[in-house]
Unconditional design. Structure first.
Length: 292
């Protein structure tokens, strides 16, 4: 068997995977990766990407560039024009990112699913009583970005970003193995709560990008800043940023997760189920039918 096959066989063993990606100094490892990934040396970048390919199915065929000055430049790569199609139907929210669908569906009161056997609450994740009531009995979808995926995320609908809340935290891995072992994992990790008001309907839809080990860095263009473990700015940031469906909002500096929340009345598209691989721009949720 090839070296890559042997490595993947070892890493896919749950105990080993959890040990290597969680039972290490997570914040130290994340800070080190942040430093290393930004070294601008093509030779270092090529070597790092070659190692990366040993552990992930990295496909750069739809990337705007095929060579990179740093590992960070590859992580945060842009796509070729036309590489993604954004569903133009104003009655649907589109996926903000390339992802694998995780837990999703209707929120039971204020409780939602992390993984089989583990739940968490809106209050623990969002830390805002008003938002908790907005999404009580609403709809949610968990979108997991693997390390090799396109890492930029986009607006799911036309509207306005009204506020961003930054919540500092840990950097647990967010893969299925960790989600099945660490209770309330999303509520422990570093994250941003991005409130968007939809144009036309006025519904409040919230995106929660959750950082993870080797990530802990979320860039939002409309704030012109990067939120990470060194961030010392305001936790609550009022905004008035106009966005159009498909506009780029920002990026992760590695793979991670985005959880999208919508109020009662929204429903997942029929083909959005746990385990489904989707691309940015694909129809994700139907807006409530307008009452005439």
């Amino acid at each position: 068997m090839s070296l890559r096959s042997e490595l993947l066989k070892i890493l896919h063993q749950e105990d080993i995977n959890f040990l290597l990606t969680n039972r290490i100094p997570r914040r130290l490892a994340t800070k080190w990766m942040g430093w290393f990934s930004k070294i601008e040396n093509p030779a270092v970048a090529r070597a790092a990407i070659a190692v990366w390919r040993l552990f992930a199915d990295l496909d750069l065929s739809d990337a705007r560039r095929q060579s990179f000055v740093s590992l960070h430049a590859c992580f945060t790569r842009e796509l070729k024009p036309g590489a993604r199609t954004v569903d133009p139907d104003p009655q649907v929210l589109t996926s903000p990112c390339d992802a694998i669908v995780g837990a999703c569906g209707t929120i039971r009161g204020t409780e939602l699913l992390q993984a089989k056997g583990f739940t968490y609450t809106l209050h623990d994740l969002l830390a805002d009583p008003a938002l908790v009531e907005t999404y009580r009995d609403g709809t949610y979808v968990t979108l997991r970005l693997t390390s090799s995926m396109y890492h930029r995320f986009h607006a799911p609908h036309d509207g306005t970003v009204e506020r961003v809340t930054y919540i500092s935290g840990d950097t647990w891995n967010v893969n299925p193995i960790a989600l099945a072992r660490v209770e309330r994992l999303f509520c422990k990790n570093e994250r941003a709560v991005i409130r968007t008001r939809l144009a036309g309907s006025g519904h409040l839809v919230t995106l929660v990008p959750v950082a993870a080990i080797l990530v802990a860095s979320i860039r939002l263009h409309f704030l012109d800043m990067t939120m990470n473990m060194n961030y010392r700015g305001a936790a609550e940031i009022d905004c008035d940023a106009r966005i159009a469906k498909g506009d780029e909002l920002g990026w992760f500096e590695h793979g991670s997760t985005i959880i999208l929340f919508a109020p009662p009345g929204f429903r997942l598209c029929e083909d959005i189920t746990q385990g489904t691989a989707i691309r940015m721009g694909r129809a994700l949720m139907h807006l409530p039918t307008a009452v005439t």
